[in-house]
Design a protein around this ligand. Structure first.
Ligand SMILES: [Zn+2]
Length: 438
């Protein structure tokens, strides 16, 4: 099975390449197929062409305009397949999978977001909020009534895939967006929520890492920053600007570490994109999805001291855990991240909470432990994991709409000699950061 699935993936990647290339730009290419016997006769295997696959007696390549001219000069006949394959992609080739099965690659996600936007005009808009180090677009799906207008409504953010290998974390926020759009007309609850709010969904915060996890190394976690010492990757869930680098327990200063925090807060384009989006709207709730552990983790991560609104954070988490358990009986533990799981600094939820006190949670999706699959969730589990998280996402969005925020959290202090945190004066969040690219 593997070669077949690999083909599908390579093809999807090729389509992504063709799609992402500018119109008639120097990088534009076409997918061509050439009869295998013609390919061999012209010794094309020795010409350094970008080979995609062999199928049904034909060889598929990506060719630049110059290469197409060279093929014509060699009197090699070819068929331009780009249009046919793009059409096939739109009709479900993406959903069929490839090497990552039912999980989304970056290309498959773009396709599916565009389909949602096309099918739900007025309610769904795809925004490009940034670009990764390898120039992949970071997409946000905005869902609201009058979606094209900035109505300044209370907003909720759902983000997936800070960590490349946590594939299930892409699917849950994506399916939430799909659910809202497909149920807007039928469900009074959904319609009221969408009408009253802006729901922003960023299914893939780390597209480079995800592609690396799909194609090269399944267990890759970080982004693909080329570090000065020859190692790769910054842990973008340690790169946010609140309590960044607070200590060397919750993150690492060592570039080769899987929890390397990067050279500076928001040094990575992926975290800068989320920051700019978050500061440009009135976000009152957020969930950053990860896997695995079945936990609902609230701030702070950087210290075991309680957050200013600890009781509220805990009560909301308890409600979400109850809603989750009510669907399939799955138990998610909840509590302060630093106590329930481990210390982290520079993580997403500490920063979003710091901006204005928005209830912010890391949800570690199933399974509960490595013996039950770890980072690998069976494809059939995608639907059940989404179903159990759905009421919690609806609840938190509604909670955010109904509860204005208290204001910025105090800036973190360094620990004094007794290990107590020395809290400094509150620091106002910068509001002058530019909004997301449209
Ligand atoms: Zn994670």
């Amino acid at each position: 099975m593997r070669p077949m699935r690999w083909r599908g993936l390579v093809l999807a990647a090729a389509l992504a390449f063709v799609l992402s290339a500018g119109p008639a730009g120097a990088e534009s290419g076409e997918i061509l197929s050439i009869a295998k016997k013609d390919f061999a006769a012209a010794r094309l295997g020795q010409r350094g062409l970008d080979l995609l696959m062999e199928k049904d007696g034909r060889v598929y390549i990506i060719a630049s305009p110059g290469e197409m001219a060279a093929l014509a000069g060699l009197r090699v006949s070819y068929v331009i397949e780009t249009g046919r394959l793009l059409q096939a992609a739109g009709q479900g080739l993406a959903a069929e999978g490839g090497i990552n099965g039912a999980y989304h690659s970056t290309f498959e996600l773009e396709t599916d977001l565009r389909i949602l936007e096309r099918d739900h005009p007025g309610l769904a808009a795809v925004h490009v909020i940034g670009e990764s180090l390898e120039k992949r677009k970071i997409y946000a799906l905005k869902i609201s009534d009058n979606v094209a207008a900035d109505e300044g409504e209370p907003a909720a953010l759902f983000v997936g895939c800070h960590h490349a290998r946590e594939w299930i974390s892409v699917e849950v926020p994506f399916l939430f967006g799909k659910y809202l759009l497909e149920n807007y007309d039928q469900s009074a609850e959904v319609r009221a929520l969408v009408d009253a709010s802006e729901i922003w969904i960023v299914p893939i915060a780390n597209p480079d890492g995800l592609e690396y996890s799909i194609h090269v190394y399944r267990y890759w976690r970080k982004n693909r920053r080329a570090n000065a010492d020859g190692t790769y990757g910054v842990d973008i869930n340690r790169n946010y600007g609140y309590a960044w680098g607070f200590d060397d327990i919750g993150s690492s200063r060592s570039p080769g570490s899987d929890v390397y925090r990067g050279p500076a807060p928001f040094s990575e384009p992926e975290t800068a994109a989320i920051r700019n989006l978050f500061l440009a709207h009135d976000f009152r709730a957020m969930i950053s999805f990860h896997s695995f552990a079945q936990d609902i983790l609230s701030p702070w991560g950087f210290t075991t001291e309680p957050a200013p609104s600890d009781a509220e954070l805990n009560a909301v988490a308890a409600s979400m855990a109850g809603l989750i358990a009510g669907i399939h009986g799955t138990i998610y533990s909840y509590g302060q991240g630093s106590r329930l799981l481990y210390l982290t600094n520079g993580d997403t939820v500490d920063w979003t909470y710091s901006v204005a006190g928005a209830p912010s949670y890391t949800i570690e999706l199933p399974p509960v432990d490595i013996d039950h699959g770890g980072f690998f969730n069976d494809e059939t589990a995608i639907a059940t994991i989404f179903e159990e998280n759905l009421p919690a996402m609806l609840y938190l969005t509604r909670y955010g709409v109904d509860h204005p925020l208290p204001g910025p959290r105090p800036a973190p202090g360094r620990r004094d000699r007794e290990g107590q945190s020395v809290v400094r004066k509150p620091k106002l969040a910068a509001r002058s950061v530019p909004g997301p690219a449209r």
